[in-house]
Each structure stands twice: as C-alpha cells, then as structure tokens.
Design a protein around this ligand. Structure first.
Ligand code: ZN
Length: 513
C-alpha cells in the first residue's frame, strides 16, 4: 500500500486533556497557526460542548485558519453537534467529529445501551452532522476493544449515513502492533462501502506503543493518523506527530506513505507546545528531546564529524534543530527583532512589538546573547498569556548563610496594590510564602523545577511549578536571568491559570475517544 496519509493533529483537544495542560485562547490561536505552518491536514481545535472557553477558542481558530481543516469534537447527540457546528461554521474547511463507544464493556456499564441502539445513535448523529457539512468523521470510542464484526457494522452504517472518515481509536492504549494491524485489515476488508471513506486511527501510549500501533495501522491501510505534538494527551499521552512523520520520512521503503508535513517546522512546534503548556519534553524523547541529536560517545562523535550518516539516521536540520540560529544583542534594533520574530512564526501588532522590544532591551542589558528561546519566552510571557489578575510589581529577597531568608513582595491584584513580607526555609520558599499570604490562595505546590533556557552562565532560568487547588491542576512558568524572580513569576502564572480554570469550568466526567 502506498499513498498520502492525512495528519490529524489533536494537540488542542486531546493534548489539552493532559493534567495541567490547559491553554488560553491566545495560546491556542498561536499554536493553531504554527500547526498550519507545519502542514497538518486537520486540526482538532477542541470540544466545543465541554466549556465556553473551548467553544470560543475553537470558533476563533476556525475563523483564522486558511488552508487547514478545523474539526470540532462532539458526542453523538444533537446538543453537542449543534455546539460543535456553532463553533466551526466559519471555518473555510469545517469538519464535525462525532463519536460513541462501541465496546461491550462501555455499552454495558457506561452507555447502558444495546448494539442496535448504539448503531442507531451513530447513524442519527452522522446524518444530523451531515445536514451542516459534507465533512463528517465518526469515531468508535474504545474501538480496539470492540467486537470486529460490530465495528464493521457500525462503520458501514456511519458511511452509509454520510461519514467521510471513520476512526478506530485505541482509547485506552491497549493494542499491540500486529494485532492492531490485523484489526485494521479486517475492518478495511469487511466494512461495507469502506472505499467511500478514509480509515483513521487514534492511539494512546499507555503501553508505550502508540507510534508502533499507528505505523502498523498505516501499513495495513489506514490513511489518517491522529496525533499530538510531543505526544501529549490523556494519561500516558497520544501518538506523537513527530515520531510518525519522521518514521515515514526516514523509512520510505518500509512505510509506504507520504505526508504533507514540512518537517523543518517540527522543532518550533515542539518548543511552542512545551512553552505554552509548561510540559517539559523529556531529554531522551525521540526527534525533539534535547539529547535526540547529541552524540556523547567519543567514537560516535568522531564518525559523525567524518560523515554524519555513520550514526545519524536523520539530520537535525531536517526537523528544524539548529537551523539558521540567529543571535540578537544589545545593539539589535526593532527591525531585526521584528524580522526574527516573524521567522519564528510570530506576527505581532505594532503595540505588541513595542512591548516585546522594551522587554528585549531590558534582557539584552543583562544577557549578552539573546537567543530564539529567550525571544519565545518574552512573547509567550508578554503577549500570549491571559490578561493576568495578579502581577508582580516588586520583589526583594535577603538570604545567605547568616540571615533568616526573608522576602518582601508587592503585587498588583486587579486594581489593587498589596505588599507584605514573610520568611521561609530559603529565598524561594520565603517568596512563595509571601505571595501565598498576599493572594490568600488555597492551592498546594506539587512540583517545582528549574532549568536553564539556553547554554551559558548568563542563561535565563526557567521555572515550572505545578499547583493543585481542589481537583484543578495548573502549571505555571516563568523565565528570568534571576531564578528567584523566575520562580515568583512562575508561581504567579500558576495562580493566574488556576483562576482561568475556575472561571472556565470544564464539564466533568465527559467521555472522549
Ligand atoms: Zn484520545
């Protein structure tokens, strides 16, 4: 089998379901723009019925994208489908993606429906969706644990009702490659009118097999892969876009398929997702991890210097690592900054550019070389974030071997300015104690990590905190040449994100594929 496969990116929907990965509308729009640059075929922008915030973000994305299909996820019910259509109707290429569970265990314990009723619900949903748009995808939730003949039956009925894509999800990450490929072949050969629709797969990584299962399915005839950047998603995550795309790209003889992805945009997309969500990419992550192209062993380095292909199966520049790295400094002007930001994919208004330029000048005073990572941090912190309720105005910390660590902090909370001082076990602890007291937060700090944003002793420190308040989890991020300030910024960002989550409650207990 050969041919083009469609890359369906669900970073904005399934990816956002990773604990703590919520993104605001500006961040989602920026990511959607980058996904379009990357060349994905379909962007699943959200689940419009889940929350007003999701609805608004999907609707903004639908209005913005020029070439990419925009899908909205919805359960198989009129209300959900109405919401999905309401959000995507202005897209140039809208797709309604509706689903219902098909495994016996879900039918019995969750839906309390028999197979006849489930087929009828799927047909009704597809027909109703079809009254709005030609492009309708139907997914069989928990497909990999469903009876094969029942899958063929429900897919056949969905296609008959007008579905143009049918998706077989491994919702719980249970599949094994050979078995999954076999299932795909079975569905391809036994679903009535299968040639009238595209067969898609959607895998989860609970056993670390999401990419393997997706590739096996492609070789068995699937023509759409549902993926996320960095593999983020519920639990252990989804199939990672970069792994599938680079496997197809690197092994054309073994996986006979092509994609429309501009692989040189992969690294930027990966960094952007990590920066926006605060979910750090593990260093040994395939394709996009910090060590993915680092050859430590001496013999490897020697070989790579003589001919990179001795040990490198891909070139770092193929995925956009280290290409055209430009360093800005103190003397760089507005124009150079604007050009560089545009190359990185940020189209800013004059006002926004001015804001970033001021921050850039401040940073360039403290740090000799301003790298792309620094610029991205300035933009994500300065422009993309939700207008913050809480802002840091002033921070002074005394710490050392012979003083009790003490922080004085001034915050702006809405229109009000508040200040206070408190002590702690160290400079960061005292800063956090003071901020916690001034804001009256009831959140708990679950995790705190600090790393360097770039190489060099003057690198900015990047801090990520994970906060929990009730059943809400938020990640906060902050970057600054001073790590205490970076920590304060990260903590405050986390508190602002918790507020965003409180203001935009997501429907509880909803099922997804
Ligand atoms: Zn999923």
């Amino acid at each position: 089998m050969s041919g083009r496969i469609y890359i369906f990116d669900t970073t904005l929907r399934d990816g956002e379901q990773s604990p703590g990965a919520s993104m605001n509308t500006n961040e989602k729009l920026r990511l959607a723009t980058q996904l379009e640059r990357l060349g994905v075929d379909i962007i699943e922008a959200g689940f419009p019925a889940a929350s007003q915030g999701d609805f608004d973000a999907v609707s903004r994305i639908a209005g913005r994208l020029e070439r990419t299909r925009v899908a909205g996820l919805c359960r198989a019910g009129k209300n959900d489908i109405d919401k999905a259509w309401g959000a995507i109707q202005h897209a140039r290429f809208p797709r309604i993606h509706t689903f219902i569970a098909t495994s016996d265990i879900h039918l019995e314990y969750k839906l309390r429906m028999n197979r006849e009723e489930v087929v009828q619900a799927a047909v009704d949903a597809v027909k109703y969706a079809k009254s709005f748009t030609d492009d309708v995808e139907f997914s069989a939730e928990d497909g990999s644990r469903s009876d094969r003949d029942f899958l063929c039956r429900i897919f056949g009925a969905a296609i008959e009702a007008g579905a143009t894509t049918v998706n077989l999800p491994d919702t719980v990450g249970y599949a094994i490659p050979e078995e999954f490929a076999d299932m795909v072949r079975y569905v391809m050969s036994n679903t009535p009118n299968m040639h009238k629709a595209v067969l898609s797969v959607h895998c989860h990584n609970d056993l670390g097999l999401a990419t393997a299962n997706t590739l096996a399915a492609i070789n068995a005839g699937a023509r759409q892969a549902e993926v996320t950047i960095n593999g983020i998603g519920e639990r252990a995550g989804n199939t990672s876009l970069e792994e599938v795309v680079m496997a197809v790209h690197t092994r054309p003889n073994s996986i006979s398929a092509t994609t429309n992805i501009n692989t040189r945009q992969i690294y930027s997309a990966s960094r952007l997702v990590s920066m926006i969500t605060g979910i750090i990419v593990q260093p040994n992550k395939a394709i996009v991890g910090a060590n993915a192209f680092a050859h430590e062993a001496g013999i490897h380095q020697d070989g790579v210097l003589k001919n990179p292909m001795t040990y490198e199966i891909m070139k770092p520049e193929d995925v956009g690592v280290n290409t055209n790295k430009l360093v800005l400094g103190k003397h760089s002007g507005r124009h150079a900054l604007k050009d560089r930001l545009r190359e990185l994919g940020y189209e800013l208004s004059e006002d926004e550019l001015q804001q970033v330029f001021m921050k850039f000048k401040e940073l360039a005073d403290k740090k000799k070389h301003v790298m792309d990572e620094d610029l991205e941090a300035l933009v994500t912190e300065g422009i993309l974030r939700t207008p913050d309720l809480i802002r840091l105005e002033y921070l002074h910390v005394a710490a050392g071997t012979s003083v009790m660590p003490m922080a004085s902090v001034s915050l702006r909370i809405g229109e009000e300015s508040v200040r206070g001082a408190d002590w702690g076990n160290g400079p960061i602890d005292s800063t956090f104690n003071t901020i916690a007291r001034l804001t009256g937060t009831e959140s708990r700090l679950l995790r705190f990590t600090v790393s360097a944003l770039t190489d060099g002793a003057d690198a900015q420190g990047e801090v990520v905190v994970r906060l929990k308040e009730g059943d809400r989890i938020a990640l906060g991020k902050g970057a600054d040449p001073d790590i205490i300030t970076a920590s304060a910024k990260a903590y405050i960002n986390g508190l602002n994100r918790l507020k965003y989550l409180r203001d935009n409650p997501v429907e509880k207990g909803r099922d997804t594929i």
